[in-house]
Write a protein that binds this ligand. Structure first.
Ligand SMILES: C[S@@+](CC[C@H](N)C(=O)[O-])C[C@H]1O[C@@H](n2cnc3c(N)ncnc32)[C@H](O)[C@@H]1O
Length: 271
């Protein structure tokens, strides 16, 4: 597999449903929710860099009410339910949601999970949450009005003293070379401005993946012969993994993705 190219036209619910039907049930499901259709070793690297960056914020008390927005196959929903969270996962794609439910059952945590098919821009979960988690979701909401509405709906679902943790592609400087019809690497300040405008205060920010090699390679990958592409991808994975694992969280300025830890403005509960 050399990945699946982005379509000429992005219709979000069709696109994500198609992606889910192709890959959500396969193995770990990471080819549906990380880098689309890419090999397992590459997506495992992405998963681990994300996990290490999120880990300090996923340490929850039993009974914590958690909302996992754009939950995909439910990798964070199940993890948080295993830690005692009472989890609502929501996603645009019915097949992602069915797969998240199936995986929660396999892990024995289905009784602490419920899953909803919804558009984040019109989120209505019917309750407030102590923790809202979103991993690589906003970067795929390209319409500015829908993006703003998505962040506002999350703000409206955060309980007093609650925390929101978002991991998104958000380079510190302008970097458009990986943008596609389905993905936007917005400059970090764009998110920070939006969070402020929608009533959030930034409590912490950390990095994820400062190694630059994958963003150098990805725009050229599909133009390479398959064997060469795979060798380059393996090389990038080998070079990036130790850098991202050791320095990912701390090299904030150099990181391609960022973890934003947010609370409602005026909420003095420590994050
Ligand atoms: C890159 S995947 C990440 C999935 C999951 N957060 C994870 O980390 O495994 C993005 C997910 O966001 C969902 N998504 C995209 N746009 C959405 C929207 N407007 N409302 C709800 N979910 C959306 C997709 O269906 C997909 O499952």
């Amino acid at each position: 597999m050399n990945g699946v190219p982005a379509p000429d036209r992005y219709v979000p619910d069709h696109y994500w449903e198609d992606r889910a039907r192709r890959f959500a049930a396969q193995g770990s499901g990471l080819a549906a929710v990380c880098s689309y259709g890419m090999p397992e070793f590459y997506n495992r690297m992405i998963h681990w860099s994300q996990y290490l960056a999120l880990r300090p914020w996923l340490d929850i008390e039993p009974g914590t009410r958690v909302l996992d927005v754009g939950c995909g196959v439910g990798r964070w929903s199940s993890l948080l339910a295993q830690r005692g969270g009472v989890v609502t996962g929501m996603d645009l794609s019915p097949t992602m949601i069915a797969e998240a439910q199936r995986r929660a059952e396999v892990k024995g945590v289905a009784s602490r999970c419920r899953f909803l098919v919804q558009d984040l821009a019109q989120l209505d979960a019917g309750e407030a949450f102590d923790l809202i988690v979103g991993v690589t979701v906003l970067q795929h909401i390209l319409d500015p009005k829908a993006l703003r509405s998505a962040v506002q709906r999350m703000a409206d679902h955060l309980a007093p003293g609650g925390r929101m943790v978002l991991l998104e592609a958000a380079p510190a400087t302008i970097a458009e070379h990986c943008d596609t019809t389905v993905f936007r690497a917005r400059q970090r300040h764009v998110y920070l401005d939006l969070f402020k405008q929608t009533g959030f205060e930034l409590r912490a920010i950390s990095g994820v993946d400062p190694a630059p090699f994958k963003t150098w390679l990805l725009p050229h990958l599909r133009g390479l012969p398959r064997a060469l592409g795979m060798s380059a991808l393996a090389g990038v994975t080998l070079l990036s993994t130790p850098i991202d694992v050791l320095f990912g969280r701390f090299a904030v300025q150099r990181s391609w993705h960022a973890v934003f830890v947010l609370q409602r403005t005026g909420d003095d509960h420590a994050a």
